[in-house]
Design a protein around this ligand. Structure first.
Ligand SMILES: Nc1ncnc2c1ncn2[C@@H]1O[C@H](COP(=O)(O)OP(=O)(O)O)[C@@H](O)[C@H]1O
Ligand SMILES: Nc1ccn([C@@H]2O[C@H](COP(=O)(O)O)[C@@H](O)[C@H]2O)c(=O)n1
Length: 245
């Protein structure tokens, strides 16, 4: 199928899902399972690929960066890419190397699809990005489970020393989680406990399949449009609570 064909037949804007949660919560596993189960209509965008390019710093300086603060990410580029994909345009997605703490020289061309899954610790942090999402998910897993998972992953897959992983966790990962990641839970439509829990993933898959089953292109009453209309209506009728009450 050519890109033009794809743009003509896919639904525009695509259905966008954001999956946030702490490190090791199971975000990637949930997103991957949904994508693998549903198939090629789903594209996964890990926000780790949008860490700022720090190739101008040397390795020791890069290792010292706080990667859990929102300032570590290139939000403008992520917004621009997400908007492009949702509007049926392909992007050149940067690639990230966790061992070297920097972007690689390569990028990957990503074609637009009906469903886009944005996944990362701060997937629900940015106001503008949150507005682009049709479904906001927060994966909630206890901190002790998450740090154990992270130690295993960072040492085995990311070439890190145990002591460094523990120091980083205590100095930046944990405080930034409490300050920036955990508060986004309140913005989620759905909270998934423990990561890739079977029932929750099945429900997500069902939801995505329902979206795909709706009319494409110029449809006027897909489940997504109904959900959006209901949310807009609710937001316009609910007045903010009076803080003095
Ligand atoms: N429900 C679960 N039960 C057991 N292990 C899980 C579960 N969900 C995820 N994991 C495991 O936890 C680890 C971290 O998951 P991952 O999806 O990489 O987390 P994140 O993307 O949030 O950092 C992986 O080894 C994954 O297989
Ligand atoms: N060079 C880097 C960049 C990021 N990290 C850590 O990755 C975590 C986010 O990825 P998850 O898959 O765990 O959600 C984040 O907590 C950063 O601390 C890093 O260690 N090094």
């Amino acid at each position: 199928m050519t890109n033009t064909d794809q743009q003509r037949t896919m639904s525009i804007p695509s259905f966008a899902i954001g999956i946030a949660g702490g490190t090791g919560a199971g975000k990637t596993t949930v997103a991957r399972t949904v994508a693998d189960t549903v198939g090629e209509a789903v594209t996964r965008i890990p926000i780790d690929n949008y860490y700022e390019d720090l190739s101008h710093l040397d390795r020791a300086e890069r290792a010292d960066v706080n990667y859990d603060h929102p300032d570590a990410f290139e939000w403008d580029l992520l917004r621009e890419h997400l908007e492009s994909l949702l509007m049926g345009q392909p992007i050149e997605m940067p690639q990230y190397d966790f061992e070297r703490h920097t972007r690689t020289d390569d990028s990957v061309r990503v074609e637009p699809t009906d469903v886009i899954v944005l996944e990362g610790i701060l997937a629900l942090h940015d106001d503008e990005i949150r507005e682009l999402l049709d479904l906001r998910v927060y994966v909630m897993t206890d901190a002790d489970v998450r740090i154990l998972r992270r130690i295993e992953r960072d040492v085995v897959e990311r070439g890190r020393e145990l002591e460094g992983v523990i120091d980083q966790y205590l100095e930046t990962v944990k405080p930034m989680h409490e300050r920036f990641v955990e508060p986004t839970k309140k913005d989620a439509d759905v909270i998934i406990p423990e990561g890739a829990n079977r029932m929750a993933v099945d429900l997500l898959v069902e939801k995505v399949q329902a979206e795909l089953g709706g009319e494409h292109g110029d449809a006027v009453d897909t489940p997504r449009e109904r959900a959006r209309a209901e949310r807009d209506e609710l937001e316009s009728t609910v007045s903010p609570l009076d803080p003095t009450e």
